[in-house]
Ligand binder design. Structure first.
Ligand code: MRU
Length: 362
């Protein structure tokens, strides 16, 4: 058996000092890779959702720093130029802590470099290592999460947390891939995930691509599905997990957690340890991105609302830790998460993120 048979998609590629992003705005109709050569273009690609998903955003930003170093190679003020590009990358999206986690690591590499050439070499090595480590970590995370799922029923997921949202393999979708490859689930239900349709455009594309049966539903159908008994676990990803386990993830996740608890369905959050923000004690301090009303009022460029209506469009919500049965990372499982239990994953003497500036742009 190939334990990774259902893992073939890689959305972020770096060759010849050029970054290529699978343009997720065009999926599932077109599989187009967009070439990027400088950090401001990378920041704009993150803001515009060419690439999205917390780990993929972090990895992409790391390669953005490599491009910044390359662009500044011959400049006398190369450190200032790279610092300005890192500030631009930091301001691209506010909620996914992986962005800041990755940029802090890249900034430390730049700070330690003797000159611009050394900075280019060391950031390139670090970004490539970050990409590879993310994929390897997701495979470990997937195995830990799959082991929690009793065979025989389906799972429900939300948004896209797969290869497209990470370096590869996925977090929640990594758990689902691993559970499928080990015969532990009968199939996958996926919320379509308005307004960006990450579920129907991306998760369905990814699962069909890799041969895992997927059934889509409107978010409004989730309560009926959970009431039916067809699903044993809701499995979701995270954009930022506070130190106490409160979890920011795609808008609609909190509602799913409430519904799951009401129907005795278990609720799993799958994310790398890098998604835990130990400097943020609880979910109420997590910055939540508000996006353009046009994303709700239109679909594929077509108006879907009465002209003159407004729209409420938070991109994320926060699920209280008390509604989460398990947080799964590459390092294992914490059941019934709280500050004390999650502290086991706190980095030695640190907070996981240098949070200075995280909220500044939000
Ligand atoms: O707005 P998006 O598409 O970037 O939101 C993505 C999510 O909410 C994902 O669930 C989260 O980033 C985890 S991805 C492994």
């Amino acid at each position: 058996m190939n334990p990774f048979a259902s893992d073939t998609i890689r959305p972020v590629r770096f060759t010849d000092d050029r970054l290529w992003l699978l343009d997720q705005r065009r999926l599932p109709d077109e599989e187009t890779f967009l070439p990027l050569d400088d950090a401001p273009a990378v920041a704009e690609a993150i803001r515009a959702m060419v690439v999205r998903g917390a780990p993929a955003i972090g990895i992409t930003a790391a390669f953005g720093v490599v491009l910044a170093c390359r662009q500044a190679l011959e400049a006398g003020d190369w450190r200032e130029r790279v610092a300005a590009d890192i500030a631009t990358l930091r301001a691209s999206r506010p909620t996914a802590v992986n962005l800041f986690w990755a940029l802090d690591r890249m900034q430390a590499r730049v700070d330690a470099a003797a000159d611009a050439h050394a900075a280019l070499e060391t950031t390139r090595d670090a970004a490539r290592a970050m990409l590879e480590a993310d994929i390897a970590g997701n495979r470990d995370l997937g195995a830990h999460g799959a082991a929690l799922i009793e065979p025989g029923r389906a799972v429900l997921t939300h948004c896209n947390t797969g290869s497209l949202a990470t370096g590869g393999y996925g977090t929640a979708l990594g758990v689902i891939r691993a559970a499928w490859d080990r015969g532990r689930i009968t199939g996958v239900y996926a919320d379509e995930t308005r307004p960006w349709l990450q579920g129907s455009r991306l998760t369905a594309w990814e699962l069909v691509h890799d041969g895992i049966p997927v059934t889509l539903l409107c978010e409004g159908a989730a309560a009926r599905l959970l009431q039916s008994g067809a699903v044993s676990w809701v499995v979701v990803g995270a954009d930022r997990i506070a130190a106490n386990g409160d979890t920011a993830n795609k808008i609609g996740t909190y509602g799913l957690a409430l519904m799951a608890r009401a129907h005795g369905v278990r609720f799993m959050v799958a994310a790398p340890v890098a998604t835990i923000d130990f400097a943020t004690p609880a979910g109420d301090a997590i910055p939540i991105e508000e996006r353009d009303a046009a994303e709700v009022l239109t679909l594929g460029g077509q108006a879907v609302a009465a002209a003159g209506a407004g729209a409420y469009n938070p991109a994320f919500d926060v699920t209280p830790a008390g509604l989460i049965d398990a947080i799964v990372t590459e390092r294992g499982v914490v059941e019934n998460p709280d500050t004390e239990r999650l502290a086991a994953w706190r980095p030695e003497g640190g907070t996981n993120t240098g949070t200075a500036g995280i909220r500044a742009g939000s």
